[in-house]
Write a new protein. Structure first.
Ligand code: BGC
Length: 752
């Protein structure tokens, strides 16, 4: 629709500069003279939070009514790309009906610590799952002509001082954990826009990090859209534009237009840089205009029903001893806990939706059984209330079974600050103990956006993690409790036993605005598995009312050099009900030369099976799935050697495994005087060059004589292998000149 090159040729510098910040909080700047309209962006990601323009002075948080779908923490647990695509599509319909051109989501940051206040919006501790889920959401939204803004790029992993914290993140975890999720979402979802994060990474604000915004995002990953700031994340408008940022949001004021224009005039911003930035804003406007569907109407009630269906797919059955669930229909059940009546179904902050309606479990449960309700605890207090507990115990006794509705009150979990504890309020834990003593058939339903510690997890027979399930969450909970639907989600994050066990416990959220990611790549299950630590519920865990068996794990080849391999496994529903199983494929290096996680998720698939039915699940893996980020070459490297490909029901429930050999060239070894003698000796041809070193060292160490004995020799040899070449001068008669010459000769040896 827009002829971008022609428009750029016609625009003045001032007009181009005016495009590089918002018109206000939510709109881009129009250029009426040239017929360039303004387009609107609005918050997501699990509903449309559009500012109510009909009001005279709408506050930033006053929004129109919309449908609140389940939050990201839950939808990620569906491991279901098609569900996320459908969700994106429903959100696009709501945006089209409201003339919103860009929905600000998905939020795909990695869950570094379960304490992060915004984890309820984020997907996972794992980059593959997080990236896949985000990409699916993006495809679904954009297919219907609405753009997304993948956020917050990158490493917005805490809310404490989020707008200025400086995060020190080494290269390998940055690539393997904190960028890998975005890489996948960008390359597979092709977002129209990205939202850069507030924080600094290794000293540089994301909004002016040219390595991040240009070298990695555009040059390496091929991103062809626009980068906007998070709201208020611009530190230096000119530095931003030069680094690969295009749009500052919200409007900072007329000053920034003048500052940009002056920088163009005095050559700090080149015309090419200005045209790139203004051109990308025009491209976004063009995409929105092209995608616009005038007159869109959608059925809000149908969306509410969809929200209920999606919530059923997003809730995780963590435990179900003696098949307590599903509950018998038509019986008498005590629903206990304030969340049965007032479910907490979304988090606080910019994602908060003005919901079109709400459905609580108390109302929905009445369709299935006679419900007796007891509030059990006060949502605004933490101390146990003896009267409320006594009432709850009475209700539990009167009923055939009890369901406790627990979770985090609103103020305990929100954008803008982090949690300080993983504990539930004390009054809820006290309630569990009292009800459990009175009624052994007690199930717990949890309403929270991130893990909590469950001191009674061993003693409560059934636990359903409902997460923040959207406005129809009470309906979904009732459907699952009474078996109208079969649970089919699995955890996208680990539930630890204690806060003290979490990988970044010692460094989160850092001191004085500095966060050091010293746990490196050991995030989530990568950490717990490497340390063989017990956890409360592992990554990838989730039960069903039926059971599944895995058989016939097959690899298309047992050697991988390039291209891809096909991995397939048969899954059989061995129980009595129809159900869905999430099959996870992990890669497990058998003898890595560098530190690697025990296993890493590389693929997953969800399969629906009738009772007794078998289906074959097939995925593909490429050399990249076996690679780690090698800092020596600043690139991905699949180390040659043996790996297991595992088909698993969770990260701690590996059902089948097959061995695979990866073939690859060895890494070039950087040769210098710092190189340990033993490493140098591994280079083909080195033995000849280091011949004199060997002899002299042997004589000094007494290796040539019998004096040392076998074990003494072995110890000496081990120590020698560690000796850097330059230190040989100190312990052998070898001179510095000999060392220098040897290093030179080694450097000339051809390496495979
Ligand atoms: C949040 C973003 C949000 C923006 C606009 C920021 O504070 O971090 O996720 O899209 O506000 O509301």
């Amino acid at each position: 629709m827009l002829d971008i090159q022609k428009l750029l040729a016609e625009m003045t510098v001032e007009e181009k500069c005016s495009l590089l910040q918002g018109k206000n909080d939510w709109y881009t700047v129009p250029v009426e003279r040239l017929g360039i309209p303004s387009v609107m962006v609005s918050d997501g990601p699990h509903g449309l939070r559009k500012q109510d323009d009909s009001k005279e002075n709408p506050g930033m948080n006053e929004a129109i009514t919309a449908v609140c779908f389940p939050a990201g923490a839950g939808t990620a647990c569906s491991f279901d790309r098609s569900l996320l695509e459908e969700l994106g599509g429903l959100l696009a319909d709501e945006c089209q009906a409201e003339h919103v051109g860009v929905l600000l989501g998905p939020a795909a940051n990695i869950k570094r610590s379960p304490l992060c206040g915004r984890n309820f919006e984020y997907y996972s501790e794992d980059p593959v799952l997080s990236g896949e889920i985000a990409a699916a959401w993006i495809r679904g939204l954009q297919r219907k002509g609405v753009g997304c803004s993948l956020k917050h790029f990158a490493a917005n992993n805490q809310e404490t001082l989020r707008m200025c914290v400086n995060e020190t993140i080494p290269e390998r975890p940055l690539r393997e954990i904190y960028l890998a999720n975005f890489e996948r979402a960008v390359t597979r979802g092709k977002p129209w826009t990205m939202m850069c994060s507030y924080n600094k990474i290794n000293g540089t604000y994301s909004s002016e990090n040219s390595w991040l915004l240009t070298d990695v995002l555009r040059k390496e990953w091929g991103f062809d859209g626009l980068v906007m700031t998070d709201w208020g994340a611009c530190n230096d408008h000119v530095a931003g534009i030069k680094s690969g940022l295009e749009l500052e949001m919200p409007r900072a004021g007329d000053d920034d237009d003048a500052i940009a224009a002056q920088a163009v005039r005095d050559g700090r911003i080149s015309m090419e840089e200005l045209d790139r930035a203004a051109g990308r804003v025009l491209q976004l406007v063009d995409r929105v205009l092209e995608g616009r569907k005038e007159g869109m109407v959608f059925d809000r009630e149908a969306h509410h029903r969809k929200s209920r269906e999606m919530a059923r797919e997003a809730m995780v059955l963590l435990k179900n001893d003696n098949e307590l669930l599903p509950l018998a229909r038509g019986g008498k059940v005590a629903f206990i806990g304030a969340f049965a009546e007032n479910p907490r179904y979304q988090g606080g902050g910019s994602s908060h939706i003005t919901s079109s309606r709400e459905l609580c479990a108390l109302e929905a449960g009445a369709d299935y059984a006679e419900i007796i309700y007891a509030r059990g605890f006060d949502l605004t207090a933490a101390e146990p209330d003896a009267g409320l507990i006594a009432e709850a115990v009475q209700a539990a006794r009167e009923a055939d079974s009890a369901v406790l509705f627990l979770g985090l009150p609103d103020e305990r979990e929100s954008e803008g600050y982090d949690r300080t504890t993983l504990a539930l309020p004390e009054n809820q834990n006290a309630l569990v103990e009292a009800v459990l003593a009175a009624q052994p058939n007690t199930a717990v339903v949890l309403h929270n956006g991130a893990p909590v510690v469950l001191p009674w997890a061993d003693r409560v027979p059934a636990i359903l993690e409902a997460y923040l399930g959207g406005q129809a969450c009470g309906g979904a909970v009732a459907d699952l409790l009474f078996g109208e639907a079969n649970p089919c989600a699995k955890l996208a994050e680990t539930f630890p036993l204690r806060l003290e066990d979490t990988p970044c416990y010692l460094d989160f959220p850092g001191d004085g605005g500095k966060a050091t990611y010293s746990e490196g790549i050991w995030v989530g299950y990568r950490y717990y598995d490497k340390r063989s630590m017990p956890v409360c519920f592992p990554f990838g865990h989730g039960l069903s009312y039926t059971t599944f068996e895995y058989s016939n794990l097959t690899l298309s080849t047992d050697t991988l050099e390039k291209g891809e391999i096909t991995v397939s496994v048969d899954v059989t529903n061995t129980g009595k009900r129809a159900g869905k199983e999430i099959v996870q494929f992990y890669v497990h290096p058998l003898a890595p030369q560098v530190s690697r996680p025990v296993r890493e998720l590389k693929e997953f698939a969800k399969v629906a099976l009738e009772s007794g039915e078998t289906k074959t699940v097939t995925v593909t893996l490429t050399p990249r799935d076996f690679a780690y980020w090698e800092t020596g070459i600043h690139g991905w490297y699949a180390e040659p050697g043996e790996y297991l490909v595992e088909a698993a029901a969770s990260s701690r429930d590996i059902r089948l495994e097959k061995k695979l050999t990866v073939v690859n060239r060895p890494l070039p070894v950087p040769v210098s005087g710092d190189m340990p003698y033993g490493e140098a000796m591994k280079i083909p041809g080195a033995e000849k060059i280091l011949d004199s070193f060997l002899k002299d060292a042997q004589s000094i160490a007494g290796l040539a004589s019998d004096q040392l004995g076998e074990s003494g020799k072995a110890m000496m040899e081990a120590m020698l292998r560690e000796l850097p070449l330059h230190s040989c001068c100190s312990f052998t008669p070898v001179t510095r000149e000999t060392v220098a010459k040897a290093v030179e000769a080694l450097q000339k040896l051809p390496q495979a």
